[in-house]
Ligand binder design. Structure first.
Ligand code: CUA
Length: 162
């Protein structure tokens, strides 16, 4: 009698568990809105946003910015500064609306601005977009949260809100 109860309980738990996994996988795989646009990962420069001269931060209107980034193992390309050095930090005023647009040339990367609601999966062949309002001042670290290889932990940058 007891065995039967446990058996039913065990089966029910298993079914529930599989449903949760299935739902999570489906949800993660679907990613509504964030990357509808496709792009050739071998030639990201063909896309206006990812031409070398368009990378990094630009002000598109008063208080509105876009940040274009190309991820690759193991780097975030925000373009170069006036001295030709790779940009690793972007600065925006508090209250700015910032649209992050990012793609990857190789494998799946993550793009998370720790301490904000910016958290995207970046997949080859897709453009990931997320617009947010920078409400708090501070220095926020950009990290890759998808394991992408030996240099995974070296992928970082900084967003400063002043
Ligand atoms: Cu890129 Cu982990």
């Amino acid at each position: 009698k007891f065995e039967k109860i446990w058996l039913v309980f065990g089966m029910a738990s298993l079914v529930l568990f599989l449903l949760i996994i299935g739902f999570a996988a489906f949800w993660k795989g679907t990613h509504p809105q964030s990357h509808i646009e496709t792009i050739d990962p071998q030639n990201v420069e063909a896309h206006e946003a990812f031409k070398p001269e368009n990378l990094g931060l630009r002000e598109v209107a008063d208080g509105k910015y876009t940040v274009n980034i190309v991820a690759s193992a193991f780097n975030y390309d925000f373009g170069t500064d006036a001295d030709g050095k790779a940009v690793k930090k972007i600065r925006v005023p508090k209250g700015s609306t910032v649209l992050f647009q990012i793609t990857t040339k190789d494998v799946v990367h993550g793009f998370q601005v720790a301490g904000t609601n910016v958290n995207m999966m970046v997949e080859p062949g897709h453009v990931s977009r997320l617009e947010t309002v920078m409400k708090n001042t501070g220095e926020f670290t950009v990290v890759c949260n998808e394991y992408c290889g030996v240099g995974h932990h070296q992928m970082f940058a900084t967003v400063e809100v002043y």
